[in-house]
Design a protein around this ligand. Structure first.
Ligand code: MG
Length: 376
């Protein structure tokens, strides 16, 4: 149970509210309600079979988008409680941040973006907002999940000026260069902390990274020395767990301490004061941030661009491309709910429906859909 919220935390009583007014819930706060709507969404369940880094069928122990989102949420909640920020809102944003991700991770999103170039492009972050605002249809009285403004604000991490203008309320801050609330800032960093650390674990498990290689990274090397000295007999697997546990601990503790300092100095008295700050307040210290960035660069070079990963990337790019062209040429290959909208529609509307359909697919569904269209 959460104690008193900090003055700068998001509060439902001062919220910009929901697009469609709803009576209050008897047992839950407005942000708890948002979190629950996200957990009950179809897009959330599909995260279970979507790639984080390793394609879902490559192994049962790797992170999927779902377990990634849960780890992001766990980190976000810890920091939120420590800083007296709104835990339920942080959790809601963390759980929803990847809802718009395509199958096959970044390879899928980049390919879909290329296919959509003439039709306004495709961006997974914007798609996450589209999922909660438009694509989930579960309520009789409105489309989408009708989430609170602050939850939607947090889901939309970045946005072009053109898209911001089209989006209205949640797009505004990209035009006026304002910050989002602290819970949104926190969810963004919790995402980066989660993947940096779990990708080390998955990369080592897959044999694409080695311990020796990882020792070039200060974030890994310092706890690695500490654990090896304390437990010289430890097998590699347990050693890696102990090291990664400490890595997360180092970054999270630093994030809490540095952010607490910045909040104390800036002393914003409301979420609106936070929005007017020149810079985000949720931040690691310069020293730890430099280590975190270095690890991120290292993973880009040695894991995400590993030739074994690239081979898989090429395969899945071909699948997404083939699906896009097949559905554009013949919308009746899609289920009725999509084909009915796409039929006789202008090219850009048809393309958006096709992108929505493909983006919603899980890895294995996309693979089997590809098998089906190959026969057409
Ligand atoms: Mg993420």
């Amino acid at each position: 149970m959460q104690g008193t919220l900090a003055p700068c935390a998001a509060k439902a009583s001062l919220s910009r509210g929901r697009k469609y007014a709803e009576p209050a819930s008897l047992h839950r706060s407005e942000y708890q309600r948002d979190r629950d709507r996200i957990i009950h969404s179809t897009a959330f369940r599909r995260l279970m079979y979507k790639t984080q880094v390793f394609v879902n069928h490559e192994g049962d122990l790797y992170r999927t988008r779902l377990t990634h989102s849960l780890e992001v949420s766990q980190i976000g909640r810890t920091v939120a409680v420590a800083l007296n920020l709104n835990e339920a809102l942080t959790e809601a944003i963390c759980l929803a941040h990847d809802l718009g991700h395509t199958p096959f991770g970044h390879a899928g999103q980049d390919t879909l973006n290329t296919c959509m170039r003439e039709f306004g492009g495709f961006e997974h972050n914007l798609q996450s907002l589209r999922v909660v605002d438009e694509l989930e249809s579960k309520y009789a009285e409105f489309t989408g999940l009708n989430l609170m403004f602050e939850t939607r604000e947090g889901i939309l991490k970045h946005c072009s000026a053109r898209n911001a203008r089209a989006l209205g309320d949640v797009g505004e801050r990209f035009l006026t260069r304002q910050q989002p609330g602290l819970e949104a800032q926190l969810a963004n960093i919790a995402d980066a902390i989660a993947y940096n650390n779990h990708d080390v674990d998955d990369g080592l498990r897959a044999g694409l990274l080695t311990i020796e290689q990882m020792q070039q990274q200060a974030l890994f090397e310092i706890p690695f020395r500490e654990v090896s000295d304390k437990y010289p007999q430890l097998d590699d697997r347990r050693l890696i767990y102990e090291v990664i546990r400490r890595m997360v601990g180092t970054v999270v503790t630093d994030l809490i301490e540095e952010t607490a300092r910045r909040i104390e100095t800036a002393a914003p008295d409301s979420i609106d004061a936070v929005r007017k700050m020149p810079k985000p307040l949720v931040s690691m210290s310069d020293e730890v941030y430099a280590q975190h960035k270095s690890l991120k660069r290292f993973l880009h070079k040695h894991l995400y661009s590993h030739e074994q990963k690239l081979a898989m990337t090429h395969k899945v790019q071909a699948i997404v491309e083939a699906l896009f062209h097949a559905y554009m040429n013949d919308v009746s290959l899609m289920p009725e709910e999509f084909s009915a909208v796409a039929e006789n529609a202008a090219d850009d509307v048809r393309a958006r429906v096709v992108a929505d359909y493909i983006a919603g697919m899980t890895d294995r569904f996309a693979i089997s859909a590809h098998e089906t269209i190959k026969g057409c």
